[in-house]
Structure formats: structure tokens, C-alpha cells
Design a protein around this ligand. Sequence first.
Ligand SMILES: C[S@@+](CC[C@H](N)C(=O)[O-])C[C@H]1O[C@@H](n2cnc3c(N)ncnc32)[C@H](O)[C@@H]1O
Length: 741
Amino acid sequence: MTSQDGPGMATPVFYIGLHDIHRKDPITSDDIDLSYNTGYDMITTPITNNAFREHAASVVSNPAGSLISCLSTEYTSLTPTVSTPSMIGLVSPWVDVASKNPRVAHLSRQVLSMEVAYAAFCGISNVVLPPLFRGKDVPDHSAVSRYASAVASATTIGPYLQLLVPFPMDDQPIYPESTFTHSLSASIEDVRGDTTNASDPLSPWDAWNFVRSTCNYHAKLAIALNLPRLLPSEQVQSRWYSEPLRLLHLPTQSFAPNPKGHPVLSKAHQALLTRYMRLQQVPWLLLSGTESLQNSAAAQADPTPAEAANVPIEQVSSSSHLAYLRYFQMNQPPLPPLARFAQGYQDYLQSPLQPLTDNLESITYEVFEKDPIKYEWYEKAVALALQDLYAELQRPIVLAVVGAGRGPLMTRSLLASASTKVPIVPYAVEKNPNAFVLLQNRNAIDPLWDNRVTLIKSDMRSWSGPVVSSQPAKIDIMVSELLGSFADNELSPECLDGAQHLLHPSHGVSIPQSYTAWVTPIASPRIHSDLVHRPSSDIHKYDLPYVAMLHQYAFLSFSSEPLPPGPGGLLAYPPAIKQCWEFAHPLPPPVITASEARRTANPSAPGLDGGDGWNEHNVRRCELVFPITTRGVCHGLAGYFETVLYKPRDASVTAVELSTNPNSMDEKSRDMISWFPIYFPLKTPVYVPDGGEVEVVMERRTDDRKVWYTWQVVVWVEIGGVRQRVGVSEVGSSKENGCLM
Ligand SMILES: C[S@@+](CC[C@H](N)C(=O)[O-])C[C@H]1O[C@@H](n2cnc3c(N)ncnc32)[C@H](O)[C@@H]1O
């Protein structure tokens, strides 16, 4: 249930349910038929009836100790039916497991467990739990703790249930007409007693975070989020976006009348829905506060938007809100190319490719070759480099594509030569014997290649180099694409260093000329939950960076300069994404000389992590500090890269660059699809308070045979003028899964 038209296509399906907030008894089959006929996809139902509520209230107010009775036909009319799958069960909202009165809390837990178990028995697979937040109350930590403990117990009931935990988006009071305001406690005391009044929009999220941590990120838990009429800040919206949203509750108060009196959503609500409805698991929408089904049945069933727009104002009914949502669904903007390409892969963790040790399959090359930007940018870069070198050398340029794959960069180099009219002596070097067959084919049959490309089946590091006019020659332009999602993680530095002796020492150009790795801390509960629930026999699951189309996550650190205002005038800030390190080619000759000296068994010190230390120059370390204004949980690090393919000698001509860094990708290589980000997981997520700092310590290490990364997160807070370390993650290390050279 991800998108209407399968992978690559545009519009999500909206599943819309009806929630009658005044309903006290389970629904009947007539109600279900009516809701279908009105155009809803599902409907909420109480699990027990008002008699049960009265029974529970009498037990609560009788301290002599009578007990809650078992469910019987007196207390529920719900039975399993063919329509059960389209029902969302509601645990009685008067159940107050967070009450500070131990008796209320205890009886509430009994009711909760009976109702959840009965719903599960009936085959209802989605059950909304009673709310923690009611009316104006912001529960204190004891209440949150009691609530979390009750939810944790509920996760043990029924194997196939999804428990939907209701939360408001922020600390605005819940709509007064919601049944959520009345609880069992109200009959004997003030609802919760201790509450806080200070404004804190993240308090519901914080409570949710505590609940799900108590439940160890249980896969059965999801959120039923109440959308307020006034939406909170972009950061609060993004935080909820990263969480497992199953239901978005839209009370009619979230709508405003348009000039004709028809209910519509504000621009800000529209933007939020468009974003949330692109989640891979599209949340369901729940409409409440409309008039009862019986009344709205009189209105036209399932009207078209045009019909809905012509409904006289006095007839605006539940179907008007529904018709608006259907209209809104049909007018969703199409997905951008990268999002289309990534359909089905969102947040799916893949081990990074190792094209040096493994031989890639043809289909993998085919996927790279679909990129609409990368090859075009390489062609531009080669053209600029050819012009620069030809102006200096005035002879054919020796150009080698090292790691040619199936040949797309060779094709682009030949096109650049044709467009600039700079003659080239082309070489294509590839170590994958299977891809080499295709290179031979291409040379023979592609009219552009026309058998003029010299093909070398070799590792670039052991190739003896070009021969021009029967004489050994140097390469003028060495073109490669050995970059991984974190720039250097497919060992581009080691491969290109190994081939540098083939490059002309004074004017030789490497395309790319340099590349940088970038990182930022993120909240990624979905990915964390995926890792938590992988078998514990997978002992390295946290000790590996993953390639992932990051989707349901939230940035935690932002720069202080706002972006231009978005829909509804909400201010948003770009994420703080910082550079870890850089590699540039060719290396200064003394670095290569020193590396060679260490390799040739002289008495110099060994490498820090073993070996002779000849690859020590490719070791890197960074310590980066990220300010955190709004508290959150860091589950891992998102990594990106940027590369300068070629910076022309004429400084007035713009350099040709590629980027996957969200802050620069649109400017440098918009719509490029070849690389997903990389993700470095934390085994134990770390909580970062408001005003804290996340320090990221990363290293690229080597023992001359392989390369690996280590990563660690440290949380700092200033308390009483003293900077204190309040959280430290384990050190993640990919040493056991390092990239072999
Ligand atoms: C990421 S693929 C890029 C392929 C192609 N240039 C493209 O853009 O579609 C990297 C290619 O480099 C090759 N390769 C990696 N290391 C190499 C080495 N040391 N010597 C020769 N080829 C290498 C791999 O086999 C693979 O074909």
C-alpha cells in the first residue's frame, strides 16, 4: 500500500476513516455499510459499551473492593464479522492507566488488557489505545512512566495487533469536544494532579519517546497523531515525520471554510499532508467531528469534487470534508526523480558495494547508467580538461578511463573529444573480466568507439601504462568513478594512488580532482527498530555502515540562517552537515615517495593498525561538533559526499561538481540518482537535551590490507557554566567488514 501505480509512479492512496467522537457503543453492520456508502475506507468502533463504562465507574467509586467483571454480551455487542478488517478498535478513552490514583490506574490496566485482548480475538488488527494527553493537561513524568508500563504490557497481547498510541503534535490543548477529555479519574479526583504549564511543544514527542524506549522499539507500536488547527514549527513536524505514523487524526476543527463556506485545509496543513502521505507506509487519515453517519447519509454518497463544490453551505456535512480530501489526493504533485527512482528502497539497508574485491553484475552497471546527470557532468568535466591541456600541449591527449565498467565514461570522453575537437588517445582499463567482454563488444560494434579504444584488462595499480608511437607514455587525463556513498569508501584513494605513477607528473589531471565526505547526526527510529529486531546472531549489525535511501528520519542539528519561508509562512532551517575529510588527486610526489619507502621493508615504524604503514597517508580523523537547539534522540549518522570533477584553469568558469549533500545537491547536481546516502548506526541511541551538542568522532583506518571506519557520538551540555559530557555511544567499527584492497 505504498503508491497507486507501483514503483516509480506518483500519487499515494489516501485511506480515510471515520471517527464518531460521540459514539459510546460498538458499531453495527449498518454503520459499516453507511460509512462505505459515504465514501470512507474504514471506521472506528468502541470495543465495549456505555454499560461497561458505568460498571467500571461504579467499581472505581466503591473502595470496598468490587472487581471489574469479565466482558459479556451486556458490555459489548462486538463480534467477529466479515467487515472486521475495516474497523479500528478504540480502547475506551475513559481508561486512565496514567492516573496517579493507584486504584484507577490498576483497574484501567485491567480494562485496557481486556479490551485489547477482545479486539484481537475478534480479528481487529488496529487498536487505538487511550490517550495520555487529555484536554489542557501535560502529564508529569510519573504519569508518563505509568502509561509506558501499561503500553508495554499491551504489546504482549495478540500476535498480529498494531497498537496505535494517540499523541497530539504539540502542547496545544486537545479539542474540548473530544471524548478523550473525560477519564475514569474524573469521577473521583482531579484528572492527573501534577501537571506542568510551561509551553513545551515537544513534550508529547518526549513522552512518546519514553513510551517506545520502554517498549524497546516494539514493532507493534505506532502513532495516532492528532493534527491541530495551528501547526507547530517545522522542526516539530519533522520530528513526528520520522516516527512510525499510522493514523493522522484530522478533527473538523483542522479545516477552515473557504469563501464559499466549504471546508478546506490551510496551505501549511496541505504541505504537511503532502509530506506525510509520501511516507513509504502511507498513514491513514481519520476524520472526526463530522455529524453522525445517519445524518450525513442523507447527503449525497461519495460526491465528486465538482459536486462537493456545488453543495449549498447549509448542507456541508461529513461528506464535504471527505470530498475535499479526495480532491486533495487527486491533486498531489508528482514525486521528484530521485524519490521515484528510490520507491521501494526507502530506509532499506544495503551493504555498500565493494567493486574492488567483488566483480559487479551487468544489472548493477545498468542501474548506474540510468543516471541522467552523472555522465553528462563527466562529459562536461572531460571537455573542459581536454581544452585546458590541449591549449598547453597542442598534441593528442592521452586519456585513460580507469575502472571503465561497461564503458559509459569512455563514451562520454569520446563525445567530449568530438565536441571540443581535441583528439585523444583513448584507453579503457577494467579489472572485472565479465565487464571486459562488454567493453570488447562495444569497441567492435559502437560506431563512436570504432575499435579505436585500447582495452586493458588489468587492475589499474598493476598496469604498465600507455604506449604511444611504440614508446611508453604517461596519461594526461585519468578518468575514474570509484566513489561510494561516503566518497572514499570504495577505496578510490588507494586505487588512484596505485595508478598515479602512470599519470604525467607535471600536467596530469585526475577526474575527479578531489572528493569530500560529510556527516550529520540524525533521528532514524525506523532504521533503528529494523536493526533492533534483526537476529542477535547477526553480531556485526551495528558495526557496518549501510547504504540507504534515507526517508523517514529527522535532522537534529540545524544552521542558524533560515531558508526562505515555506507554505503557510513556516520558517525552516537547513541541516548542519559538516565535512569530515578530503582526498585530492594527484597526491604531492613526496607523499607517494614516503609511502613507497615504507612499503619496501625499510626500518621505519609500522602502521598504527598494522602493516608497513604505506597506506598511512590515507588515514583520516575528524571531530565535529553539532549544536542541538531542539532535543531529540540520535540513532545514527547520515553520510554524504561531494566531488570536484574538474575545476577549469580559467577561474571564471564554474567547476563541475557532483554532490549528494542535501545542502548542495540541488545547486551542484540536481536529480542525480546514482548514490543513496550512507548510514552509520549507533547500537544504543543517545538522547540530546535542548541546547546540547553532539560531537561526532570518526576515523578512516587501515592496516595496508583493508580500510575501515570507526564512529562515536558524545553528547555535551553546559550546566552551571561547566561543559559536561552527559552521553557517550559505543564506538562503531567496520573493521570486521572492512573494504579489502
Ligand atoms: C563504480 S564502477 C563505475 C563503472 C563505470 N565507470 C560507470 O561509471 O558506470 C567502478 C568500476 O571500477 C572497476 N574497478 C575498481 N577498482 C579497480 C581497479 N583497481 N582496477 C581496475 N578497475 C577497477 C570496477 O570493476 C568497476 O567496473
